[in-house]
Design a binder for this molecule. Structure first.
Ligand code: 3PY
Ligand code: MG
Length: 254
């Protein structure tokens, strides 16, 4: 059920928030990960295979530990966004948003009226109408739902100034991997052209009222981007698993 969005509140208070991508349809594992102190988890329906029905149990696992459950949706379509939110996500990562019109479309899909056109029915996210009226729920959902828009193509970089004008967008989030690919340097996020594009996004977003986000797998990358004004960071569970296991096996085998 939709509880107070602690990630959104911390961002409003000017704090930095830290989250973790998670792609496994296993609420017990999500519960263990949630207990490590993350502000939010991003359940991945884009590069992961998570479906709206998986979000039901995964959202409960995060809610148990006051961690904000978000979903990365596979596509920027109203019917898709509706199902991930109704199942229990408290907000969205919307990938591959390549124009201001597409960013507006994501907000309209995520918000009830009068701002948006999200379809209304009793849902798990709203407690099926058991605890509040649907009217109260729509107002609360519009306040609590976090909207994170990915900037991960050259077209998105060019349009980012327009994205900062859109009411209802909370975070403009740099996806370094897709951006490196879009700029012709697949996987090379250290390439100067990729760095320049990311720095341009940082300059534009930090002049606006939107939070700047970025995928940051290492603490040194986080530190560098805190200095550039980012306040919304994600890492990924798979990276931690790989690193922890390789460290262990290297140490024991020499
Ligand atoms: C990217 O780097 O492309 C991402 O989407 C990170 O989440
Ligand atoms: Mg991406």
């Amino acid at each position: 059920m939709l509880t107070e969005n602690v990630t959104k509140r911390k961002l409003a208070d000017g704090e930095a928030v830290y989250g973790c991508f998670f792609r496994y349809a296993t609420p017990t594992l999500a519960e263990n990960v949630a207990m490590q102190g993350w502000d939010f988890l991003v359940y991945d329906g884009e590069h992961g295979s998570l479906q709206p029905r998986d979000i039901e149990g995964l959202a409960r696992a995060a809610e148990l530990h006051d961690v904000t459950p978000l979903a990365r949706v596979p596509t920027n379509e109203s019917s898709t966004i509706l199902r991930y939110l109704d199942a229990g996500a408290h907000g969205l990562h919307v990938p591959w948003v390549n124009s201001a019109a597409e960013a507006e479309q994501a907000v309209v899909s995520a918000k009830y009226g009068p701002r948006g056109l999200r379809g209304l029915a009793g849902s798990r996210q709203g407690g099926w109408g058991n605890t509040e009226s649907l009217a109260d729920f729509t107002a609360r959902a519009n306040e609590e739902t976090l909207v994170v828009i990915h900037i991960e193509t050259s077209a998105a970089v060019a349009a980012v100034g327009d994205y900062t004008e859109i009411d209802g967008v909370d975070v403009l989030f740099i996806g370094p991997t897709d951006l490196s690919h879009s700029l012709g340097h697949p996987g090379n996020i250290g390439h100067p052209e990729v760095g320049a594009a990311m720095d341009y996004v940082a300059e534009v977003v930090t002049r606006s009222d939107k939070a700047l986000g970025i995928y940051a797998a290492s603490p040194t990358f986080v530190a560098a981007w805190l200095d550039k004004g980012a306040r919304y960071f994600t890492a990924g569970l798979d990276g931690f698993v790989k690193q922890g296991m390789q460290n262990y096996l290297t140490a024991v085998r020499g």
